[in-house]
Design a binder for this molecule. Structure first.
Ligand code: CA
Length: 218
């Protein structure tokens, strides 16, 4: 999943980006409210992490304009301890949840999973087909009885494919999903990841559709 982080605090922003990337997400981080607004409007992010106190444009304004324009994506608000009123306003404006600084990265990830579950209406944290199972919290993949915990990007690849079994994802679609803006992507990056996953399990775990992309069978 691709996440947009709008946070002006350099240290916190960096820590969040690192944690999310370690968890297999691709992250775009902006440190200014105006840029955040523009980045959110571009779309493509499955979840937004939004600080309230921002230069340029406040988090509440961004939230309000997104919800007013009918944007229903999950938004998790990050607030300072003394911003209680803003937090309440944020929830009223349609934020899905909030976290008070300072918070543990573990808690952030757990809240994100909870928000995503509510949005997806999923009661479970496992994606899968008849042959493959992917545990979204432990990053463990089980294929034909063999289980392995995947590193971040390999997990992100399988996550993308398993969200829509039977659907072909092109190289461009996978790159967009797995890498943030401005990130250098080697032309064979996706092939390398697929090679690693296949080597761990079996070639058949991911099907290659010549000239079109890759998929996992339903
Ligand atoms: Ca701030």
């Amino acid at each position: 999943m691709r996440v947009l982080v709008i946070e002006d605090d350099a240290m916190l922003g960096k820590a969040i980006v690192q944690a999310l990337e370690d968890a297999g997400m691709s992250v775009d981080w902006v440190r200014d409210g105006q840029l955040g607004d523009e980045a959110a409007a571009v779309g493509g992010h499955g979840l937004l992490l939004l600080d309230l106190g921002l230069p340029g444009r406040s988090g509440l304004e961004i939230l309000r304009s997104l919800r007013t324009s009918g944007d229903k994506r999950p938004i998790l608000v990050i607030t300072a301890r003394d911003e209680l009123d803003d937090r309440v306003t944020g929830l009223d404006l349609g934020a899905d949840d909030y976290l008070v600084k300072p918070f543990e990265v573990k808690e952030l990830l757990a809240r994100m999973r909870a928000v995503l579950r509510r949005h997806g209406g999923q009661a479970v944290s496992v994606l899968g087909t008849s042959e493959i199972e992917l545990d979204l919290s432990s990053h463990e993949v089980t294929y034909r009885g063999l289980s392995q915990v995947l590193p971040a990007r390999e997990f992100a690849l399988m996550h993308a494919l398993l969200e829509r079994p039977g659907t072909i994802l092109s190289r461009a679609q996978l790159e967009e999903r797995l890498y943030g803006w401005g990130q250098e992507v080697e032309s064979n990056a996706i092939d390398v990841l697929i090679h690693y996953v296949r080597r761990k399990f079996d070639k058949d775990i991911i099907h290659n559709v010549r000239g079109a992309g890759w998929m996992v069978p339903r």
